[in-house]
Design a protein. Structure first.
Length: 157
């Protein structure tokens, strides 16, 4: 297993990962519309297969995580990928790492809060507005929870 930076050489695997696991590489959230397949990030591979992936952007004095995926929960993959992003932030002397998740994503809320992230903003109807731009976003999310709002979490390094 290894963690590698996303590069031109592995970008096609990243595109394929997003198509399989998200339907497309396009992410529509309250902070913008992103093509995750062209963002900076890291992949976590086992036997030359991506089982974890994180993408991010740098804006002003903040790194925003746009996507984080782990196909095997509870094995430290997501933690390792987030640590790589936080290390980039520290190297660049950036003090804030932020991200957006949805109101139904209870596992993500637990994951991030255990790692020092705090909910700083609730964006009512954030998902509903994103759905206007990307109609493929489902109406119902995890555990049958209606998918409506976004939560912004931040960690001060």
């Amino acid at each position: 297993m290894s963690i590698k930076e996303i590069t031109i050489e592995n970008r096609e695997k990243v595109v394929s990962f997003f198509k399989v696991h998200w339907g497309s590489p396009e992410m529509v959230i309250s902070t913008g519309i992103y093509r995750c397949d062209i963002l900076d990030g890291f992949i976590f591979e086992v036997n030359n297969q991506i089982i974890g992936l994180v993408t991010y952007i740098i804006k002003d004095n903040e790194i925003e995580v746009i996507s984080l995926d782990s196909l095997q929960e509870g094995k430290g993959i997501g933690t390792s990928l987030m640590e790589k992003v936080e290390n980039i932030a520290k190297q660049k002397k950036i003090q804030i790492v932020s991200l957006v998740t949805t109101n139904d994503n209870i596992n993500a809320l637990k994951f991030y809060q255990k790692r020092g992230y705090r909910i700083t903003t609730v964006v009512p109807n954030g998902v509903n507005k994103a759905r206007d731009l990307k109609p493929s976003i489902p109406l119902i999310g995890n555990e049958g929870i209606p998918l409506n709002d976004e939560l912004i979490l931040k960690k001060i390094l």
